[in-house]
Structure formats: C-alpha cells, structure tokens
Design a protein around this ligand. Structure first.
Ligand code: FAD
Length: 379
C-alpha cells in the first residue's frame, strides 16, 4: 500500500477552525489570563459551543464523534497559542471524560457524559498523590465498602480541573482492598471532599491545579467505574491515551515557539540587517522546523493507530518523550532568538518558555516514558 501523508478534508477543516478560534479569541487574552492566574471560563464556554470539549465522545452522549487524530490536531492548534487553555481541554477530555466513556456502565454514561461531553461541566482524573507520583501504583487513598457506600479517605496531588466552578466530578484511584485498586467517581460537593485553593505554578498559570483531600467521603456503591480491582489496568490505559494529548501539546508549543521566533527574526535588525539573514539564526529555525515535522508525524501516527483500534502504547510514549524534549529545545532556541526582549514578561515567548517544562513531567516524566518504551522493547 502506498502511504498517504495528506490529511483528509475533515482533518484540515478541524485545523483551520481551531487555528482561527485560537488566533481570534485566545491569543488576545492569553497573556492577561496567565498574568492574573485566571481560569478561562468564557473561553471554555466558547470551546464547548465549537464542540471541542468532548471531541471523541460519540454524538449520542453529547460529544462531537470525531476521531483521535482530529482531537490531536485540535490540541496542537490550541497549544500553539496557549497551553493553559489547551491543557484545560485535554485534561477534561482525555483524563476526566474518556474514562467514564471507556469504562462506565450505560447508566453512568447517561448520567455523566451529556454534561461533560458538551462542555457544560468539567471533569478531572485524580491519580497522583503526595507520595505516589511516578510510582502511581503506590496509591494510599482507601475506599471501603460500607452499607452500600464507598467511604473514601486519602488525598490527591496536582489534579487538573478538579476545583473550577463548573467541575462536576473527579474520578480517583483508590485501594478498595489489599493490593486492589479501583476507580471511583466522586462528585464535587460531596461532604468531606475538600478541594484546596489553586496551586500557584511556573506555567499553565490559567489552568486549575489542586490538592484534594477525602475525609470519610461517602459515595454510592454504583460510582465504582468498571469492575472492582481493575483500576490499575484502567489508569495505565488512560495514561496511554493521555500521552497522545500531551505529545500533541509538545508539537503545538514547539510550533508556536517557531512562529514567534521566525516572525521576530525577520523584524529585528542588528548589524544593518534582519537577524534572519544570519546563518546561525537560520540554522536554529531549520533545526526547529525539522524536529517539529518529525514530532508531528509521531503524534499523528499514535493517534491513527488508536483510531484503527490497534496497539498504540509504545508509539504514544515515544511521541510524548520526543515532543516533550523537542519542545524544550524549541522554546529555548526561540527565546534565544528573541534576545533580551524574550526575557521580558510582555513577550509571548517567555510564557511559552515557562509553559513548556511541564510537558516533560505530566502524564509521566521523560524518565517514565523511557521506562515504558524499554518495557515495550522487551526489557
Ligand atoms: C501542573 C500539573 C498538572 C497535573 N495534573 C494531573 C492530573 O490531572 N491528574 C493526576 O493524577 N496527576 C497530575 N499531575 C501529576 C503528574 O502526573 C506528576 O507530577 C508526575 O507523574 C510526576 O510525579 P511526581 O511529581 O510525584 O514526581 P516523582 O515521581 O517524585 O519524580 C521525581 C523525579 O524522579 C524521577 N524518577 C522517579 N522514579 C524514577 C525511576 N524509577 N527511574 C528514574 N527516575 C525516576 C522522575 O522522573 C522525576 O525526575 C500534574 C502535575 C502537574 C505539575
């Protein structure tokens, strides 16, 4: 078969639509949202109207019924302009909503998905704990079944989207027995479920990151997601899918950094010419463009494999690792091209530079990706 490297008309339409939205609606407010650490409620409402909050959820549950490749393109285009908005969409979709679609009973899907997939409400996924990060299986949060209810005690750390005014629920991993991990949906507002203030952070400043604690939180037995004791396997699958989102963010951030650097290089003059006339600057831009092309191909391949129903875990981890590191190099080179102006808060590249680092940490650090890849290679 001859490979076809053209995207379909539908995929190109997604790209154009999201790019136009990002440029017209997000770009003008991104710096202000970041500076004020302000959650983008207004933009989330508009993204919901565009169908971007539940892209791959079938239409019968209120989603857009798109494929994973369309979703990856959308996340890439959002990140090209602003990472805080992109992670709000990606965490809601891949971590908050997809687990309910993938593992929920028909009743749970009918209860939760319409409000989540339409973007009216947000959802979160709470895996990380203060003492269980890369070693996510070391979960200490406990869920005990008592009189037809799960009684939950424990805490979660760094959870995206958990505490906004429009968050409906968080799905958490908890020990439901000795060496038995299960996933349980906890609605916001449940007595004993305490959501701390947003955590101030280096980047993704307009996104919502919280520490959560559970003190004798009672939820119905029916809030168990999927079979009891399958939580470990489920969260590994969720992370595989989530890595496509974060890898798409890596490509988008690198592309955004390239865009800013290329434009600045043409405009900034030193030694009587635009700095883009100097070969050192051209080479930096050529390296960025080359790596972005490679990274984009890796992300699209992982998304395509997932859409074909084929194994994609190795490719998703490789794409996440590669684009995390490439976005680091791209943000660094792009800021260098901006010189001292790039170091100033008012310069958009400084925001991209700060937003980049988490792409090498969230959804598994670079080291964890290498561990996952090595395992796929048989080591
Ligand atoms: C802004 C933000 C948003 C997040 N959103 C969410 C969310 O929505 N839901 C959620 O569940 N989590 C979320 N996280 C958590 C994130 O997934 C974790 O931070 C990440 O998995 C790393 O865990 P840790 O921070 O505990 O680091 P640690 O696991 O303590 O790692 C510290 C260092 O040790 C290294 N290391 C650890 N083990 C090994 C090993 N075996 N070999 C080699 N090196 C190793 C790591 O690579 C890293 O460099 C978020 C984090 C941030 C910062």
């Amino acid at each position: 078969m001859t490979p076809n490297y053209d995207l379909s008309e539908e995929h190109e339409l997604v790209r154009r639509t999201v790019r136009d939205f990002a440029v017209e609606r997000i770009a003008p407010v991104a710096e202000e949202l970041d500076r004020e650490h302000r959650f983008p409620y207004e933009l989330v409402r508009e993204l919901a109207e565009l169908g971007l909050m539940g892209m791959t959820i079938p239409e019968e549950y209120g989603g857009a019924g798109a494929d994973t490749l369309s979703y990856a393109i959308a996340v890439e285009e959002l990140t090209r302009v602003d990472s805080s908005v992109a992670i709000t969409v990606a965490a809601h979709h891949s971590l908050g909503t997809l687990p309910i679609y993938q593992y929920g009973s028909e009743e749970q899907k009918r209860e939760w998905l319409p409000q989540l997939a339409s973007g009216e409400k947000l959802a979160a996924f709470g895996l990380t704990e203060p003492d269980a990060g890369s070693d996510a299986g070391a979960t200490r949060t406990r869920a005990e079944l008592r009189d037809g209810e799960w009684v939950i005690n424990g805490s979660k750390m760094f959870i995206t989207n958990a505490g906004t005014d429009i968050t409906a629920c968080v799905t958490i991993t908890a020990l439901s027995g000795e060496d038995e991990v299960s996933n349980i949906i906890v609605p916001n507002g449940a007595p004993g479920y305490v959501i701390a203030e947003p955590m101030p952070k280096l980047g993704w400043r307009a996104s919502d990151t919280r520490e959560l604690s559970f003190r004798d939180v009672r939820v119905p037995e029916g809030n168990l997601l999927g079979p009891r004791g399958k939580g470990f396997q489920q969260f590994l699958e969720i992370l595989d899918g989530g890595r496509i989102s974060v890898a798409a963010m890596g490509v988008g951030l690198a592309q955004g950094a390239y865009d800013l650097a290329a434009a600045y290089a043409k405009e900034r003059r030193q030694f009587g010419k635009p700095i883009s006339a100097f070969q050192a600057v051209q080479f930096a831009l050529a390296d960025m463009a080359t790596e972005i092309e490679a990274g984009r191909g890796m992300v699209y391949k992982a998304a395509w494999l997932k859409d074909q129903g084929r194994p994609f875990g190795k490719e998703a981890a490789m794409a996440k690792l590669y684009t995390g590191e490439l976005s680091n190099r791209a943000a660094n080179a792009a800021l260098q091209i901006h010189g001292g102006y790039g170091f100033m808060d008012e310069s958009p590249i400084s925001r991209l530079y700060r937003d980049q680092k988490i792409l090498e940490i969230g959804e598994g650090t670079n080291e964890v990706q290498r561990m996952v890849i090595a395992k796929h290679l048989g080591f």
